[in-house]
Design a protein. Structure first.
Length: 103
């Protein structure tokens, strides 16, 4: 009997996990799951170009490598917070503060 493995996940030269035959990173599916608690079926409705098998494979890959993904997500959050702090208030925020609508 021939054994066939279909993972739907490929790693690029940088080690980033992508969904096969798409331009979607596994972390994008993971972030959708974490942010919205979406089910695979809900994600498939939102992203019909991804098959349910691809979505499930992405989530399985995440759970198999959860510590690394969670560390990357936290690292990215810290970088975003630092960048926002360095950038200061946006023009919109400044206008809203001046109008007394933002503290």
């Amino acid at each position: 009997m021939e054994i066939i493995t279909l993972s739907h996940i490929r790693l690029d030269t940088q080690g980033v996990a992508w969904i096969d035959d798409t331009n979607v990173k596994v972390i994008e599916v993971v972030l959708d799951k974490l942010a919205h608690q979406s089910t695979p079926e809900e994600m498939h409705y939102q992203y019909p170009h991804l098959s349910l098998a691809q979505i499930h494979a992405s989530l399985a890959y995440y759970y198999d490598h959860q510590a690394e993904f969670d560390a990357q997500i936290e690292h990215d959050r810290c970088q975003i917070r630092e960048s926002a702090a360095r950038a200061g208030a946006t023009p919109f925020q400044k206008r809203m503060r001046a109008a007394g609508k933002l503290t």
